[in-house]
Design a protein around this ligand. Structure first.
Ligand code: ADP
Ligand code: CIR
Length: 377
């Protein structure tokens, strides 16, 4: 049944020149050529601006993927938000090939050396026992989280998804998850019908995605909200799955304190269980395919919420160490937010061109060094 509905998704409208951005009801028309001009003359620091040269623009502006996705579908977020770090999303799995002239240099830049001839290594979760507790005294790390993203094979990504796609994916995901057992046993909670207070509490506790991210809205990733969106979690709220937010699935393991080994063990075991039941989109060169090119490959973001007041008072030092160890520093409530009470979210930056274990190990090594520097200051 699901397969038949996926095949029906072949009728596409022509959106190559004009695009309707409809963040939950609003709508405005954008002209691709005009917005490209504006980006070109802006002082945007985005990777989109850096690599969308006039040559590439003219080569790609009329191209379409097999599912009908256009250049506009991919770059509208960066055209609206000149303060984007990246500014591009893949509207479907094929977009990485059809628009490779633009995606490849952006991917190479973000993942620090993944040139177009490179091939992502095979999945290798490695041995979680080699990762211990980063902060056994419990002085610096408030909590640890490792997440990965997955796309279900055969479906486009957000900008090209229909309301039926959202519902079908939610159906498949929620049914699959209710068969999980042991420490993974839990319930699926759709966003539709969830009490506002419950939703806010889950967001404040860092379990649930926020609403209204302007980068995702401009990418046309929030249409039909809250239809098809939801969260699954186990009793302890240490294993969670987001449905149809940025990616079809985000699989998350998290807990208080710095025991990265235990958090990673849970993630790997949970992902292996889910992969037995759902077929995910995977590419020989790019690994697991995600909506945002920053998440390709392993799709792993291993992070700690960490308080390092001495380093924080010399912020440049913190950013220098982060850079040296390929780490990304985010604010307390996620990307594009500020640090509250001196708590930073620090994670591995690279996810492509290295194994899952290596991605987590980059965070492990970097955080070990950050704690050492903090102690020595
Ligand atoms: P993602 O990690 O999925 O890319 P965000 O940066 O938006 O997306 O973070 C999602 C949520 O996860 C936010 O509420 C953020 O504060 C929370 N989070 C990230 N890392 C940690 C952590 N180590 N401990 C607790 N919460 C975390
Ligand atoms: C941006 O370009 O800033 C947003 N579209 C988010 C990019 C993804 N995050 C990242 O840099 N890791």
């Amino acid at each position: 049944m699901i397969i038949c509905k996926r095949l029906l998704y072949l009728i596409q409208s022509d959106t190559s020149k004009m695009c309707t951005i409809a963040p939950r009801g609003k709508s405005s028309k954008m002209n691709l050529e005009m917005e490209f001009e504006k980006l070109q003359t802006s002082n945007s620091k985005s990777l989109l601006k850096k690599y969308l040269t006039p040559e590439i623009f003219h080569k790609l502006k009329d191209q379409k993927t097999q599912m009908g996705s256009t250049l506009m579908d991919c770059i509208q977020s960066g055209l609206v938000n000149h303060d984007s770090g990246v500014g591009i999303y893949a509207a479907d799995a094929d977009a990485y090939t059809t628009f490779a002239d633009l995606f490849d240099p952006i991917i190479d830049d973000y993942h620090k050396g993944f040139s177009k001839n490179k091939v992502h290594p095979a999945k290798d979760f490695g041995d979680y026992k080699k990762l211990g507790n980063l902060d056994p005294e419990g002085k610096y790390i408030k909590s640890t989280r490792v997440r990965c993203g997955r796309s279900i094979q055969g479906y486009p990504f957000n900008p090209r998804m229909t309301v039926e796609h959202y519902k079908e994916i939610e159906d498949e995901v929620s049914k699959t998850l209710t068969s999980l057992e042991g420490e993974f046993k839990g319930c699926y909670y759709p966003l539709t019908g969830m009490a506002k207070q419950v939703q806010e509490q889950l967001i404040n506790d860092h379990f649930l995605f926020k609403e209204g991210d302007r980068f995702l809205q401009a990418a046309n990733a929030c249409r039909f909200w809250p239809t098809g969106r939801g969260i699954y979690f186990n009793n302890d709220k240490t294993f969670l799955i987001w449905c149809n937010e940025e990616d079809h699935l985000r699989i998350i393991s998290m807990q208080q304190g710095g025991d990265l080994g235990d958090v990673y063990r849970r993630l790997v075991t949970g992902v292996n269980e889910i992969e037995k039941k759902i077929t995910f989109s995977h590419d020989n060169r790019l690994g697991f395919l995600t909506f945002c090119p920053t998440n390709l490959g392993t799709t792993i973001r291993a992070s700690v919420h960490i308080k390092v007041p001495k380093l924080a008072s010399e912020q440049q030092k913190l950013y220098n160490v982060a850079d040296k160890y390929n780490l990304q520093v985010r604010g307390t409530t996620g990307e594009h937010t500020d640090a509250v009470d001196g708590i930073y979210d620090i994670s591995n930056k690279r996810r492509l061109g290295l194994t899952e274990f290596q991605a987590v190990k980059e965070m492990y090594d970097g955080i070990t060094e950050i704690i050492k520097i903090e102690k020595d200051l």
